[in-house]
Design a protein around this ligand. Sequence first.
Ligand SMILES: NC(=O)c1ccc[n+]([C@@H]2O[C@H](COP(=O)([O-])OP(=O)(O)OC[C@H]3O[C@@H](n4cnc5c(N)ncnc54)[C@H](OP(=O)(O)O)[C@@H]3O)[C@@H](O)[C@H]2O)c1
Length: 245
Amino acid sequence: MRQILIAGVSGAIGAALARQLLDREPETTVIGLCRNPEPVRDRIPDRRLQLVRWNAESGNHGELSNSLAEVLGRNGELDTLIYAAGLLHDDQVFPEKRIEDFDAAVMARSFAVNCTGFGSLVRAAVPYLRHRRFKRIAAVSAKVGSIGDNRFGGWYAYRCSKAALNMLVRNLSVELPRRCPPVSCVAVHPGTTESPLSAPFQQSLAQLQVHTPRETARNLLAVIDGMDEQTNGRFYNWDGDELPW
Ligand SMILES: NC(=O)c1ccc[n+]([C@@H]2O[C@H](COP(=O)([O-])OP(=O)(O)OC[C@H]3O[C@@H](n4cnc5c(N)ncnc54)[C@H](OP(=O)(O)O)[C@@H]3O)[C@@H](O)[C@H]2O)c1
């Protein structure tokens, strides 16, 4: 029995990943983290999906550790951890066009969801990564978080928090192979995908290739399936190409 954890399972991409994993792997159990489990239970009525209430902005490490201990048990093991939570806009947050839009509270919330939540989750998950099978950790990042690729500017909070997420991935790729080998930890850009997160930008995305969540989940799972110890510490595009940090 494989155990896969998906944070942000209520999102378009997180839910599509959970569905595909449950469909293709009868022996797999998915632990889904989200703010509001009830609607997810209705959308994915599968007994092998265990839902855990979690808010990336709570910053409460003990609460998350206790929740994982409850679903995984003392000797639980995780094979794959996928971080698919993310914040680009909501009623208080909207991508900045210029420096005058820069706002410390927006920056802090974006970091909490796009970066800190991932670090806290891996911290809480380490006890379940000590087994000897190969472990995969994939953070769903964004190409706009690439410092080397940034030619357009703007989107300060989102870009900076995704760049920080990428640094977390890189840091973990140094520490985890010492602590819980064999393991690989990567960042992956999912490609532009129809979702509530991308919805306000559909017009400006018209020239881009836009994927359905199902296509994106298939692409991401191909990247995640292809992970081995050599991929550790890299940043991948949805098609498997490597991206600059
Ligand atoms: N869609 C794209 O074109 C695109 C492009 C590049 C990168 N990405 C990345 O892909 C990932 C998934 O995005 P998506 O397109 O699937 O967007 P989405 O449908 O809006 O999903 C976002 C997810 O993040 C969760 N989330 C937001 N704030 C949270 C918080 N405080 N605590 C816990 N969870 C929180 C949402 O939970 P709720 O359901 O509770 O709101 C939801 O599960 C994100 O990391 C995003 O940055 C997406």
